[in-house]
Write a protein that binds this ligand. Structure first.
Ligand code: CO
Ligand code: ZN
Length: 350
């Protein structure tokens, strides 16, 4: 299978912070509407696409559309420099000297993230860790013009193109556009296959601020099985010890055992491993010490849901050079599609 990298590029380069996922939602609707039996959106902006199989279990897939970013919180009266309120967790160290886009009602403005030059920092200041409040956006415009065009609450994203980098692909917002991509490509395969499950592919909103879209869409769908598609840490880099890798790039889809938002249903984990082994799909097992996915929200829906996450190993998560290996993306699509075909054979209650 050759991956449709043009779609992944389009998703990665689209802009959408928690609560402002409209540009991503448009792409998802364009892709899912011709495939699904029924597509709807809800008040939080989740896209819910239903694929009717037979009398099998209700399976909800969740991949989030939002990316970490900022909202404009202040425009300096005299200088026009813009201050930011984070939506989701950026490490301030990765933000310095980056380009951003401020999405205003009258169009996009390109800016640069600035900070006080190192040349004029005091000894004390140089020792202090950088914080978001030390950063500002320079739009290169007179204060009057910034004030006329930029409003409190306008959203701000990092600007970065998606590129091939050796065997990898790299860009911004691979968290979680690559998960979204894997979900879309897996349900695309449902068209050519027979399946018994009733599948709901949900593109969720506001994951990065607390799994909010998954919580309400999970309630609406009320599934028996929930599978989140998301990235996970691959810290297989110099300076990290092998016991801290979490996952390794290129070694296949990661079947999550646990993170800080969920403990995966062990029967679901076992069933996924069995399918992967039978179909020769490369996989690895994942325990993530810190972080969570939409599985955490789905698992706690109503009376409880058998949930798991299929993760795509990613280097430099929450930076604009997030890297994934196409082989791992392909393994994720293959395992998810194979599971959907056989979901009715599984036993999920403990
Ligand atoms: Co994230
Ligand atoms: Zn994510």
């Amino acid at each position: 299978m050759a991956l449709n990298l043009a779609l992944l590029k389009e998703l990665s380069e689209a802009a959408g912070v928690p609560g402002r996922e409209e540009a991503v939602r448009e792409i998802v609707l364009r892709e899912l509407t011709p495939l699904a039996d029924e597509v709807r959106t809800d008040a939080l902006g989740n896209v819910i696409a239903r694929f009717r199989g037979g009398s099998g279990p209700k399976v909800m897939l969740a991949a989030h559309m939002d990316e970490i970013g900022f909202l404009v919180k202040h425009v300096d009266e005299k200088t026009g420099f813009v201050r930011l309120d984070p939506v989701g967790g950026f490490d301030p160290r990765v933000l310095v000297a980056k380009r951003v886009v401020v999405h205003t009602e009258s169009g996009d403005l390109v800016g640069a993230i600035g900070t006080k030059p190192v040349h004029v920092l005091t000894e004390e200041e140089r020792k202090k860790p950088l914080e978001i409040k030390d950063l500002f956006v320079d739009l290169g415009l007179p204060a009057e013009e910034v004030k006329a065009r930029v409003q409190i609450g306008d959203f701000v994203t990092l600007r970065q193109d998606f590129v091939a980098m050796g065997e990898l692909v790299s860009g911004k917002a691979m968290d979680d556009r690559v998960g979204l991509f894997a979900m879309i490509e897996a349900v695309r395969k449902l068209r050519e296959r027979s399946f018994e499950a009733e599948v709901y592919a949900v593109a969720t909103t506001q994951e990065e601020v607390g799994l909010r879209g998954a919580r309400v869409s999970g309630y609406g769908v009320s599934p028996e099985v929930g599978i989140a598609l998301d990235v996970t840490i691959a810290s297989d880099v110099p300076g990290a010890s092998e016991s801290d890798y979490v996952t390794k790039l290129g070694e296949g889809v990661a079947i999550k055992i646990k993170d800080s938002a969920s403990v995966s249903n062990p029967k679901l984990v076992r069933f996924l491993r069995k399918i992967a082994e039978e179909r020769d799909i490369p996989y690895q097992l994942e325990i993530l010490p810190r972080g969570g996915t939409d599985a955490g929200a789905m698992q706690l829906t109503k009376e409880g849901v058998a949930a798991v996450t299929l993760s795509i190993p990613t280097r430099y998560v929450h930076s604009v050079v997030e890297c994934v290996h196409p082989r791992d993306v392909e393994a994720t699509v293959d395992l998810l599609a194979a599971f959907l075909e056989r979901a009715h054979e599984g036993e999920y209650s403990l």
